[in-house]
Design a protein around this ligand. Structure first.
Ligand SMILES: C[S@@+](CC[C@H](N)C(=O)[O-])C[C@H]1O[C@@H](n2cnc3c(N)ncnc32)[C@H](O)[C@@H]1O
Length: 239
């Protein structure tokens, strides 16, 4: 799926999301740059790292997301690349490759997942680290109700989620109501499709590509439990 249609909504929802920023900045501090970000979106994480002097290569397939990302990182050491994580080839190798905030949930098939991981590994320095965070699937609590997600000025966002456990898919339907200055309501609909992963599925996926993965249940290294909000993975090549 393309984020082109979702770019405006994404900006409203996540511009200020910051739970993960220090985690990725700490890793960049430890491993150095340049950092390669897969699915860099609107540059939320890339800008945070670049403001700390870390060079970032930001791979992003959606033109609308990239345009916002380029604007948000103007003047910073961020190089934007149009493309998807399943089939990219860049010159350099990186000490750190990251895929923050569920970017890997857009790999919908085993072939997509394996292709993307092979690309990530190919772009790692010897001893490099691949880090990413994902939903904890045990925390998915979807029902058919339409709920208010948030109010952003004149815009109200509602959502409804469909959980498809047999295919490990989550579909979020958004209804976006914008009241114009004349009081007229403009309603838009958007849809977000995500594939989710279980912990041992990820561990096996990493191991098959020669990586050893460490799992935390939060961005401060908390142990992973059924109630952890996220799965935070740090993987390195097994020598
Ligand atoms: C939830 S956003 C995360 C954006 C950013 N990493 C952040 O933390 O704010 C997921 C991003 O992954 C991108 N994406 C979707 N499919 C992709 C693919 N096959 N390869 C690379 N990026 C992809 C989307 O366009 C979107 O910008």
């Amino acid at each position: 799926m393309s984020y082109d249609e979702l770019a405006d909504l994404y900006a409203l929802q996540y511009e200020d999301y910051s739970d993960d920023l220090d985690f990725y900045a700490r890793l960049a501090g430890r491993h150095g740059g340049p950092v390669l970000e897969l699915g860099a979106g609107q540059g939320r994480v890339a800008a945070h790292l670049a403001r700390r002097g870390v060079e970032v290569w930001a791979l992003e397939p959606s033109a609308a997301m990239r345009r916002r990302g380029e604007a948000a990182t103007r003047g910073l050491p961020v190089r934007w690349i149009a493309g998807g994580m399943r089939d990219f080839e860049l010159g350099p190798r990186f000490p750190l490759v990251i895929a923050p905030f569920n970017a890997l949930m857009h790999l919908y098939t085993l072939a997509d997942q394996d292709a993307a991981l092979a690309r990530a590994v190919r772009h790692l320095d010897a001893g490099g680290v691949f880090a990413f965070d994902l939903y904890n699937p045990l925390q998915i609590d979807a029902d058919a109700a339409l709920r208010l997600e948030g109010r952003y000025g004149r815009t109200e966002v509602y959502y409804r989620q469909e959980h498809h456990p047999a295919t490990q898919r989550l579909t979020t339907h958004y209804v976006i109501d914008e009241t114009g200055p004349d009081g007229a309501l403009k309603r838009r609909h958007n849809r977000l499709d995500q594939r989710y992963f279980t912990r041992y599925e990820i561990e096996r996926w990493l191991a098959a590509a020669g990586l050893s993965g460490r799992l935390a249940g939060g961005f401060q290294g908390e142990p992973f439990t059924a109630t952890s909000p996220v799965m935070v993975w740090t993987a390195r090549q097994v020598s």
